[in-house]
Design a protein around this ligand. Sequence first.
Ligand code: ZN
Length: 161
Amino acid sequence: MIRIGHGYDVHKLVENRDLILGGVKIPHTLGLLGHSDADVLLHAISDALLGALALGDIGKHFPDTDPTYKGADSLELLRQVVALIEKEGYTLGNLDAIVIAQAPKLRPYIDTMRQNIADACHADISQISVKATTEERLGFTGREEGISAHCVCLLVKKSEG
Ligand code: ZN
């Protein structure tokens, strides 16, 4: 039994915020604005995992009106999502994510992001794909007003006993 999930998220780029993607703090002049650490990649992944089991989205599970999640570490939120998935009897088959950002260059950080995600998902790095692209200076990502991320995933029912 397999289930497919899709997640999408956007955060605005502003001054005086850290840029954290895939649990990696990346040196940059701008960072993402949000109630939590605004890790847009981990949010898209968390939404894909929840979506695969029709469990809603991270806004439902970790509302931004709740002070508990102010400045929250999105890797910790992802771990909590994975615990929900496992409680339902599922495990990650694989996920494929893409970050859309005009700048900075993300390639040097991709494998660290993949390992962080694999650890949070109790998976091997070979099950985690993270890609980065620009939108050729078009649209809000191209103008460096924000960063978006997409993720699709497959969850696999764990065999009994
Ligand atoms: Zn988000």
